[in-house]
Design a protein around this ligand. Structure first.
Ligand code: GLN
Length: 231
């Protein structure tokens, strides 16, 4: 799935790796296609409308055990919005249909009465500097975290998971689920580099990455950050 420019995350990851001389190959997957897991060092899945989620849900479930066993072993994954919802226990669509999720993350999603739309600023518990993540949300679902799920961040601006508990996203192992579109990674280069470091560790390499010039990325980050109260 790919909504609101989510594919820009893949471009940002690949470019930041290539700038450092790390070779990258990007493999897209269509419903029903087999996966050569020996080729996969990082999984990305974008958001989708309810109709997109309905179309892929069964196939995603069938992939579940193979994907989940690798995620448990430390394969990194970034899942945005509709993909984040399907990594949880279930997603209830706006017309009340329940799509079962993988249950990898201890979260579940109920339909809201309106859509949560707008800029988002969060403070994250991830080991990254600065400790802020910025992006843009547009979702009808409200996600709730069970006791095993750790929020990705605390909301400073926007709705986040459900507009009630000020949590945004969820994290478990090296799996990040978030409502942040944007695209997310071009505006959060520190998060892109964390994912690249995790991919290097998954491959058995050192996770050291050369710093890159990133004035433009930081300026984009700062522009959204400044919209949060007391920033
Ligand atoms: N269809 C889902 C929702 O509205 C996910 C939307 C998205 O991926 N932006 O909550």
């Amino acid at each position: 799935m790919n909504l609101y420019g989510d594919r820009g995350n893949v471009l940002a990851l690949a470019q930041r790796a290539r700038w450092r001389g790390i070779p990258v190959s990007i493999t897209g997957r269509e419903v029903g296609q087999p996966i050569d897991w020996s080729e996969v060092d990082l999984v990305f899945m974008g958001g989708g409308e309810d109709s997109h989620q309905s179309r892929i849900a069964e196939d995603f479930l069938a992939l579940g055990p193979e994907l989940a066993s690798r995620l448990h072993e430390g394969l990194p994954m970034l899942a945005i919005c509709g993909a984040y919802q399907l990594l949880g226990k279930y997603y209830k669509t706006s017309d009340g249909r329940e799509l079962p999720g993988l249950g990898y993350l201890d979260v579940w999603t109920e339909p809201g009465t309106n859509r949560a739309i707008g800029d988002v600023v969060t403070e994250t518990s991830l080991p990254i500097k600065p400790p802020s993540l910025v992006g843009f949300e547009n979702h009808g679902g409200r996600t709730y975290l069970g006791s095993a799920a750790k929020p990705l961040g605390t909301v400073k601006l926007g709705q986040g998971n459900n507009g009630e508990d000020r949590t945004e996203g969820a994290i478990q192992d090296r799996v990040i689920g978030t409502y942040l579109h944007g695209s997310l990674l071009p505006k959060n280069p520190h998060l892109a580099d964390l994912l690249l470091r995790w991919a290097l560790l998954w491959q058995g390499y050192s996770d050291e990455l050369e710093p890159l010039p990133e004035d433009e990325e930081r300026a984009a980050h700062q522009t959204i950050l400044a919209r949060a109260p007391n920033s």
